[in-house]
Write a protein that binds this ligand. Structure first.
Ligand code: ATP
Ligand code: MG
Length: 572
C-alpha cells in the first residue's frame, strides 16, 4: 500500500508503542489469524471528514503500514436517509490528501444480501424475532441499568412465522415503523445492549447504491461487525463510545462466524476533542445550513478540507495526531498544540514576505525620487537552499500603523520622532516627523535613511533595538486578507450544559482586511501556497483568488504560547 513517509514525521518513528500497537504485536506473537493484519476506516458518508477522523485514519492506515497489512476504506452506508455521493467523493479526497491510499474500497451496502442471510440464520436458530411493537413501546420496555426490561409479547413467535414476517418486511408488505427484527438475547441483561437489540428496521427509501431493492436496512450493531468479518478484518479500531457495544459485536459473530475464519477483534481508543472546536458532523452541517460559515471548507471549520484551505499541511496534522497519541480515556486537547504543529512545519517551508496589514506611508526624504534599489534577500533563513528573492527599496514605503507612535514611551522600539529603527533587510532610518489628516489620524510619516547601514554591511557598527518591515509603494500589490479567529468563544462547549452550541459561536471569527499591501513576489503564487508574513503570521493563498485579486487566509499567527510552554518545561 502507498503510505506516508514516516521518516519525515518528527518523532514518529522514535516514540514507544501505543497500547493498540502493543495488542497487535501480542496477537502477532501468538500467531493469531496466521499473522495477517487487516484494518479498515469505516466512515458514514453523511458529512465531510473532520480532524477527529484524521486521528482514526492515521491509526487504521498506520497499523496496516507498520505491520505490513492492508487497510480498507469502507463506507458505512446503511442509513439511506442521511447519505450522499458528494460526501463519498470528499472523504476519498481527504484521505488521499493526508497521504494514505486504501487497499480496497467497499460499501457496507455491498453486504446487504449476506447480512439478510445472516439474519435469517439467526431466526432459524431461534435467536431473532419480528416485533410488531412501535419504537415507543419497545423503548418503554427497555428497563434501566439497575432494573430488568420487559419481554415483548411477540418474543416467542415460531421460527416459521418470524421467517415469513421478515421476508414480507423486505418485500414491502408493511409500513415503516410497524415492525422490526430483534435479536433474542436477554431482557434482564446488565448490559443494556443485550436487551433484545434491534437488527433491522423498515425504511422505504431510495439508496444511493442499491436503489429501491431494499425495504429494510440493518442497524449499526448488526452491520458493522459482520462487515468486518466478511472483509477478513483482524483489528476493528473504533472510538470509546463503542466499548459497551463490544460484547454484542462478539455475540453476533459467535453465532455467525465459521470456526476457522479470521475473527475481528474490536479495540477502542479515545475520541479527539480540541478546545474551541466543534467536532461533530451533525453540528458542522448545521453551521453550513444556517450560513454561520460559508461552506464545509470554510477555513474556520474543523473539517480536513477547511483546515487545508486554512493552510494546514498533511504533515502538520499527522505530526499532531502522533503527538497526542491514543489512550483509553476521553479528554480535550488544547488547540495550541495543533497550532504549534502547523507553525513548526511552516517555519521550515514557508517563504518569507513583507506584508503591511494596516498601511500608512513612510517617506524616506533623503532617498532620490524615482530611484529603485533592489536587494537579494533570503526566501527562508531556515532553508538556505531556497535561495533569495529581489526586494525593492524606494523613497515611498508602506509601514504598519502600529509601527509608528507620536509620543512613544521609552521602551517603544519602533518608529517615533527623533529615534532610529531598522527597516528589515534594508537600512536604519531616523524618524523626522509625521503628518495628520483632518480627522487627526496619522497619514504619512517621514524619515531619513543612513546609507552606510545597509543590511549585511557594517551592521555591527550601529545598533538599534527595533526592526520593522516595509513594502515599496510603487511595487506593492493590493490584496485581501482574511483573519480567522476561533470559531467558538468557549474552550469546552461540553461544559456549557444548558447552552446550544450555536449560541457559543465567536461573533468575531472572521475579519476581512480589503487593502493589505504586499511585496510583488507573491504575484505568481498558486492557490494554497503558504507564506510567512514577517512579524505577523503564516498565510496561504485562498482558492477564490484571481490573478487581479489575491486573497490570503491567515493560517496562524506567529505567537506560539504552546511552544514556549514546552520549552519552559524542558528547561525547568
Ligand atoms: P460524528 O459524530 O462527527 O458524525 P462519527 O463517529 O459518527 O462522527 P463516522 O463516520 O461514523 O463518524 O466515523 C468513522 C470513524 O472515525 C469511526 O471509526 C469513528 O470512531 C472515527 N471518529 C469519528 N470521530 C472521531 C474523533 N473525534 N476522534 C477519533 N476518531 C473519530
Ligand atoms: Mg456516525
Amino acid at each position: 500500500m502507498t503510505t506516508v513517509d514516516t521518516a519525515t514525521l518528527e518523532e514518529g518513528t522514535k516514540r514507544s508503542l501505543n497500547f493498540i500497537e502493543q495488542m497487535v504485536e501480542s496477537d502477532l506473537k501468538e500467531g493469531k489469524n496466521n499473522g495477517s493484519i487487516a484494518t479498515r476506516f469505516p466512515p458514514e458518508p453523511n458529512g465531510y471528514l473532520h480532524i477527529g477522523h484524521a486521528k482514526a485514519i492515521c491509526l487504521d492506515f498506520g497499523i496496516a503500514q507498520r505491520y505490513g497489512g492492508t487497510c480498507n476504506l469502507r463506507f458505512d452506508d446503511t442509513n439511506p436517509v442521511k447519505e450522499d455521493v458528494e460526501y463519498v467523493d470528499s472523504i476519498k479526497e481527504d484521505i488521499q490528501w493526508l497521504g494514505f491510499q486504501w487497499d480496497n474500497l467497499y460499501y457496507a451496502s455491498d453486504y446487504f444480501d449476506q447480512l439478510y442471510e445472516f439474519a435469517k440464520r439467526l431466526i432459524r436458530n431461534g435467536l431473532a424475532y419480528v416485533d410488531d411493537q412501535s419504537a415507543e413501546q419497545i423503548a418503554a420496555q427497555k428497563g434501566t441499568p439497575t432494573s430488568p426490561g420487559t419481554e415483548s409479547p411477540y418474543r416467542n413467535r415460531s421460527v416459521e412465522e418470524n421467517l415469513d414476517l421478515f421476508e414480507r418486511m423486505q418485500a414491502g408488505a408493511f409500513e415503516e415503523g410497524s415492525r422490526v427484527l430483534r435479536a433474542k438475547i436477554d431482557m434482564a441483561h446488565s448490559n443494556m445492549h443485550f436487551r433484545d437489540p434491534l437488527m433491522y428496521r423498515i425504511l422505504k427509501m431510495h439508496h444511493h447504491r442499491t436503489g429501491d431493492k431494499w425495504n429494510i436496512y440493518p442497524l449499526y450493531d448488526f452491520a458493522h461487525g459482520q462487515s468486518d468479518y466478511i472483509e477478513g478484518i483482524t483489528h476493528s479500531l473504533c472510538t470509546l463510545e463503542f466499548e459497551v457495544h463490544r460484547p454484542l459485536y462478539d455475540w453476533f459473530l459467535n453465532h455467525l462466524a465459521e470456526a476457522e475464519a479470521i475473527r475481528p477483534r474490536q479495540i477502542e481508543f479515545n475520541r479527539l476533542n480540541i478546545t474551541y472546536m466543534v467536532m461533530s458532523k451533525r453540528k458542522m452541517l448545521q453551521l453550513v445550513k444556517e450560513g454561520r460559515v460559508s461552506s464545509w471548507d470554510d477555513p474556520r471549520m474543523p473539517t480536513l478540507c477547511g483546515l487545508r484551505r486554512r493552510g494546514y499541511t498533511p504533515l502538520s496534522i499527522r505530526n499532531f495526531v502522533d503527538k497526542i497519541g491514543y489512550t483509553k480515556f476521553d479528554g480535550i486537547i488544547d488547540i495550541g498544540l495543533l497550532e504549534h504543529s502547523i507553525r513548526e512545519h511552516l517555519n521550515k517551508i514557508a517563504p518569507r514576505v513583507s506584508a503591511v496589514l494596516d498601511p500608512i506611508r513612510l517617506v524616506v526624504e533623503n532617498f532620490p525620487e524615482g530611484e529603485v534599489e533592489w536587494s537579494q534577500t533570503e526566501i527562508n533563513p531556515e532553508d538556505k537552499a531556497l535561495g533569495t528573492r529581489p526586494v525593492p527599496f524606494t523613497r515611498e514605503l508602506y509601514i504598519d500603523r502600529c509601527d509608528f507612535m507620536e509620543d512613544a514611551p521609552k521602551d517603544y522600539f519602533r518608529l517615533t520622532p527623533g529615534r532610529e529603527v531598522r527597516l528589515k533587510n534594508a537600512y536604519i532610518v531616523q524618524c523626522t516627523g509625521s503628518k495628520k489628516n483632518d480627522a487627526g489620524e496619522v497619514e504619512e510619516v517621514y524619515c531619513e535613511y543612513i546609507p552606510e547601514t545597509k543590511s549585511g554591511q557594517a551592521e555591527a557598527k550601529r545598533k538599534v533595538k527595533g526592526t520593522i518591515n516595509y513594502v515599496s509603494v510603487p511595487h506593492s500589490l493590493d490584496v485581501e486578507v482574511r483573519l480567522y479567529e476561533r470559531l467558538l468563544s468557549v474552550a469546552n462547549p461540553a461544559e456549557e450544559k444548558n447552552t446550544d452550541f450555536m449560541d457559543l459561536l465567536n461573533p468575531d471569527s472572521l475579519k476581512v482586511l480589503p487593502h493589505v499591501k504586499i511585496e510583488p513576489v507573491v504575484q505568481e503564487a498558486n492557490a494554497l501556497d503558504a507564506f510567512q508574513f514577517m512579524r505577523v503570521g503564516y498565510f496561504c493563498v485562498d482558492p477564490d483568488s484571481t490573478p487581479d485579486r489575491l486573497i490570503f487566509n491567515r493560517t496562524v499567527s506567529l505567537k506560539d504560547t504552546w511552544g514556549k510552554l514546552v520549552d519552559k518545561q524542558k528547561k525547568g
